[in-house]
Ligand binder design. Structure first.
Ligand code: SF4
Ligand code: SF4
Ligand code: SF4
Length: 228
């Protein structure tokens, strides 16, 4: 108690693996909140964590680096909490299910700005009306990540991109017409027949068919296929 997050993470914990940039720390178990760089010098205690939107909870910390997608983190923890919901009360039983489905929609590239408002509304309702602590704290990762990483959510729902290239549904695999030699190897490897073209001319990927498996990237000897 009283030790700063910076000291715990960087001095005691040894810092971020591979010298990557610190992005967030999720404190308190699956129902804990995600805090950011601005909280690193905060002295840890029950009140400071609650004020910042996290909690001591189980005492666990998950430290995340620059490669972590905060929307996917929120989805991951909501999935856990939803599975743990006993089903006795409606707000938690149904609410966490709807929140999870919205987060799944966003990471698959089908989210909208209205979904963010709905997530906030549901968070508020579940927190205030669920019967026990599980439901009352279930929305914490969503609320805190929406508060501190809203831009990242907006990039998912408006620009249809995942800034860390984590979300499979938002990946765009493209062939460079300058580098493609038209050898056809990728089109023979693609499991869904999404690549077409004529020999010795640049091939193209039909984005509506592509399932983003990445097999074609590996197959091209001319490194003409990349994730955009
Ligand atoms: S809030 Fe508690 S009682 Fe209600 S469904 Fe969730 S786990 Fe069960
Ligand atoms: S494998 Fe590479 S070079 Fe050959 S057609 Fe595909 S993108 Fe073009
Ligand atoms: S990523 Fe997979 S599905 Fe998409 S074009 Fe390449 S091989 Fe086909």
């Amino acid at each position: 108690m009283g030790t700063t997050l910076r000291e715990i993470i960087f001095n005691i914990g040894g810092g971020i693996k591979d010298n990557k940039k610190f992005k967030a720390v999720q404190i308190g178990g699956p129902s804990g909140g995600c805090l950011t760089e601005e909280h690193l010098d905060m002295a840890l205690d029950f009140d400071s964590l609650t004020d910042a939107g996290a909690m001591i909870g189980s005492g666990g910390m998950v430290i995340m680096d620059e490669d972590t997608c905060m929307v996917e983190v929120a989805r991951f923890f909501m999935n856990f909490t939803q599975n743990e919901s006993c089903g006795k009360c409606v707000p938690c039983r149904e609410g966490t299910k709807i929140m999870l489905s919205i987060l799944e929609k966003i990471v698959s590239g089908k989210g909208t700005v209205e979904d963010l408002d709905l997530l906030e509304e549901l968070s508020d309702t579940i927190t205030n009306t669920a019967l026990c602590g599980l439901g009352k704290t279930a929305a914490n990762p969503v609320v805190s990540s929406l508060k501190y990483f809203r831009d990242e959510y907006l990039t998912h729902v408006v620009d249809k991109k995942c800034p860390t290239k984590t979300c499979q549904g938002l990946k765009v695999i493209e062939i460079s017409p300058e580098l493609c030699k038209g050898c056809s190897k990728c089109s023979r490897i693609c499991p869904v027949g999404a690549i077409s073209g004529k020999i010795k001319e640049p091939y193209i990927i039909d984005q509506s068919k592509c399932i983003k498996c990445g097999a074609c990237i590996e197959s091209c000897a001319f490194t003409a296929i990349k994730e955009a």
